[in-house]
Ligand binder design. Sequence first.
Ligand SMILES: [Fe+2]
Ligand SMILES: [Fe+2]
Ligand SMILES: [Fe+2]
Length: 486
Amino acid sequence: MKAKVVILTDLHFSKSANQAIPERKGEFADILLLRAVHRLNRYIKPDLVFIGGDLLDHPEDADRLELLSELKNIIDLIQTPTIIINGNHDPARDIFESVIGEQPDFLDINGIRFVPFFDPEKPGYNAFRIDDELARMRKLGAEFDGPLVSLQHVPLFPPESAACPYNYTNADEIVKIMHEKNYVLALSGHYHKGFALLDYKKRNYITGRALCEKPFGYAVIEIDDKGKVNCEQENLAMPEELRLVDHHVHTKLAYCNENMDITKSIALGKMFDLDGIVVSEHSAHLYFNRENYGQCLQYLEGMASNKKDDRIAEYFALYANEADDFCRLGMEVDYDQNGQGVIEPAVWNNVEFRNGSVHVLKSLTENPDMKAVEAEFLFLTEAVAASGVDVLVHPFRIFRRRGLALPSHLFATVVDILKPYDTAVEINYHTNEPPPEFFRMCIENGIKLSLGSDAHNLYEVGEFYAHLKFLQKIAPDFDLHDLLIS
Ligand SMILES: [Fe+2]
Ligand SMILES: [Fe+2]
Ligand SMILES: [Fe+2]
């Protein structure tokens, strides 16, 4: 048996930037946490998430409970048990727990016991474990057969190992109990640089890096029932050397956007070490109001419709007001049922990057005739490619969204359609799982790939965790730069 635990720590959430410590991005802590939570739920699937304190930056501020409650709403999305402790930047335990919820004395998961400690601070950003808590630590160890983990905010480690500048003033005494009672790991936060797994005299010590500072790290730790500990450090930021571009970021003009904001998308793209972003709004959302869009007039009538409400100028103005060199202006072009792009030629010419998508098929009725659906799908896919877009976005997603089996027998046909037009294809995980076999065929045929987050919420901007794992799996021997559009 094994338990996988992830530590997220030191969020330092605040409504304003910390002027004295600019590298601390606490003003983005809610977005960083949400990004981590979605990654954990969808891909990492831990058995326990430990939130190691300093959720806030200023524990005395008037809005402290409001901020804690905003974070609590995000923490509630975590699909596994959590243990959350306060740090020296958080309110006292009773106030903290009145918002975050009362925390357990311990949690037993897969044969491993996790014990949180809420220890008082000592000068110099150190801490101290009082006698009652030492007694609790011994008792919980004595009555449990398997390995235990001590969870606390301030780093705990044998002082002679000198792992970091902060420690417990009675660390020797606590470490002694760790040896007596089979505590195999001390897992802490507080020290923003963190330290990787320190394996010292058969006991393990880890301090997680701060989630609020570049590269926005967290640790994934596996502990087996023999007490063996393994630790991987991961980051929310992308590997800087890859110089990745997010070619598909929505704006506040999308009807389906949740909190999009070009200025913040740019800030996040920079924080996550991207090389740039492309804002790419649904053309149909810009030409039709919500109601007419809901009636699919963009598809049924297209640009010939007399019910268009043009927000194109608003889109261009938004970009002009908020974008800088890091951001290019794009469009996600929709198509009508005759395969005509829902976009005016002048607008087409005035954007720098064009994504093309198939969002509607009239043949997709309640009991669809799949032959007709496939024929219409191929017709529109060819129309997208022939129109000259840079990228066909989320290929085949329309089948998945309708709960239909993926027509893998069409993969080769779509490759043959795209090739002569030099159209790239997008790896897209937004309500989607890209089919590996199709992308393998694209690579074999020299079709370029585009990375798109399809961000409708800021936490998604530049989130290519799954995209990079996917590429490692389907094309392990390729240089990424040979595969991706430049
Ligand atoms: Fe701290
Ligand atoms: Fe789309
Ligand atoms: Fe999109």
